[in-house]
Design a protein. Sequence first.
Length: 114
Amino acid sequence: MMITKNYIAKGEGANRFEKIPVQIYETADEAVKAVAREIVDLVQTKAASSEKCVLGLATGVSPIKLYQELVRMHREEGVSFRNVVTFNLDEYLPMPKESEQSYIISCTTICLII
């Protein structure tokens, strides 16, 4: 259950910064499902227009549950990611793709864990 639809900063200093709508959820699982749904909606909207959908993906533990939910949606709901191109935010050159620290290894491991 979403606690509040949008939160916009108010008060001293609020007008100095970019206003980014924030959605607050009671649990991390609810937030993950909402973000995954938003991503899938964008992917499907772009696919319907025969457009590529470009996603910036990060490594680390923070996005793992989100990636797992996207994989679940693909496997269980048939969501297609054929039109998706990813920009891997934490990949470094000249790191070989076989390196343990490589994003491709990290992503493959996450997808295989589920």
